[in-house]
Design a protein around this ligand. Structure first.
Ligand SMILES: [Zn+2]
Length: 427
């Protein structure tokens, strides 16, 4: 259909001749489990009057800065309270340089499908902004994700027990329990658990009590950010914890490693799945190298009864993430965010994973947005097409049959989530 329905998106993005329309149609019919978002309560976004440039905040804004926009200009451009036109003048030159990246594509698909804007330019930015503001009313998350995206569950890291919509199930952060550098860092744990921490035993009791609260509130997992980890024995860990309780800590890094292991150990009987941020960080100027998936290996070997859902294919160390996915029975690969970091790389990775990793260990979509359910929908459309392209190639190559391809799509977009996370299907 040439430049028809998909207009500003390049033909390459459509998957071209490699795309088997039967596979795409099947994929587009699957009710989705969105395997990772950060969705805030809807009132947070509804309190704003967002315009078209604000839709580029979070990820796409980083590509504006990567292209060369200054941080000051970025912050001004994202300030929806300031006049529209001067901000567009600052935005437009850098937008032209990054409109082809995955971060931008997700926004552009949202503009096309949700707001009816085929091409964002000088003639449409005002209209686009008016439409976004008109649509910014209660039910936005449901309209974008549940109805339009056919998403039936959202594994949500807003780090709150209260969730924005009924489809969400929450994951809670590990770092608020393990990153203890001073006495006050334990205040949240004590308040939520009702247990005063005076030594290692009471710390354990507090974490157990907190996990019982989590379980009663439908929490399905814990989330950690990967850092290099080495084992610290209990005697040394206890000494370091007592130092913090007394007001100092001689080795906060060792204490953090110790408490992380304690928390993982205490979580085992609760059956929480542990989601792990691996690899790339959002933003610019970040040192993401400590999150290399190789740093996960000692934890994977030690905690064999814990299910670890490794995020983002540890981008850019995708080959290593696939190898870890293959080598460790307690690992799944969660492709949240990958699609917009690297659209072509993710489609290629999907194809490689199919041949390398058992098909019950993959979650193919997570939007990874905080206040942008509309852009998360755009991201979903990209991921669906990439998966259709990857599976089509495998069918065309004779690696799998058409029915196999459809079954893998069902698993990767929905069924696996019910096995990898303690999620009930009929609740
Ligand atoms: Zn995330």
């Amino acid at each position: 259909m040439g430049a028809g329905r998909h207009g500003f998106i390049s033909d390459d993005f459509k998957g071209g001749a490699r795309m088997d329309i039967r596979i795409l149609a099947h994929i587009e019919s699957i009710p989705i489990v969105d395997a990772h978002e950060h969705l805030r309560q809807e009132s947070v976004r509804l309190a704003k009057q967002p315009d078209v440039m604000w839709l580029f905040h979070q990820y796409a804004g980083a590509d504006l800065m990567s292209a060369g926009m200054s941080k000051a200009d970025h912050d001004e451009v994202m300030n929806w309270e300031a006049p529209l036109e001067p901000r567009w003048r600052k935005f437009h030159p850098w937008f032209e340089k990054m409109r082809h990246t995955g971060y931008a594509r997700a926004v552009l698909i949202a503009l096309r499908d949700i707001y009816g804007i085929e091409r964002l330019d000088e003639t449409t930015y005002r209209d686009a902004s008016e439409r976004i503001r008109a649509e910014n009313r209660p039910g936005l998350i449901e309209r974008c994700l549940t109805r339009r995206g056919n998403i039936v569950r959202i594994l949500n890291c807003n780090y709150e027990l209260d969730q924005p919509v009924a489809e969400c199930r929450s994951l809670m952060p590990i770092w608020s329990l393990s990153n203890v550098q001073k006495r006050e860092d334990l205040a949240g744990l004590e308040a939520q658990s009702g247990v005063k921490v005076v030594d290692l035993e009471s710390y354990r009791a507090a974490v157990r009590a907190l996990f019982a609260v989590y379980q009663s509130r439908n929490v399905i997992g814990l989330k950690m950010v990967l850092l290099p980890w080495t084992h610290v024995d209990a005697a040394r860990g206890n000494t370091l914890l007592c130092e913090v309780l007394a007001g100092t800590c001689s080795d906060p890094t060792a204490l953090q490693a110790f408490l992380l292991a304690e928390v993982l150990e205490l979580a085992v009987p609760f059956r929480f799945t542990v989601a792990v941020h691996c690899g790339y960080y959002s933003g610019v100027w970040c040192n993401f190298t400590p999150s290399h998936v190789r740093n996960m290996v000692p934890l994977l070997q030690r905690f064999r009864d814990t299910r670890f859902d490794l995020f983002h294919l540890s981008f850019p160390w995708v080959d290593e993430a696939m190898a870890v996915g293959k080598a460790f029975p307690n690992v799944s690969l969660n492709l949240a965010w990958c699609m917009i970091i690297s659209p072509t790389g993710t489609e290629r990775a999907m194809s490689e994973i199919l041949g390398e990793v058992p098909a019950n260990k993959v979650l193919a979509f997570g939007g990874d947005y905080w206040e942008l359910p509309d852009v998360a929908y755009g991201h979903l459309r990209l991921a669906q097409r990439a998966l259709a392209g990857a599976l089509s190639r495998n069918v065309a190559d004779g690696a799998i049959g058409l029915d196999d391809a459809k079954r893998v799509a069902d698993w990767w977009l929905r069924e696996n989530a019910y096995e990898i996370y303690p999620l009930a299907k009929n609740e």
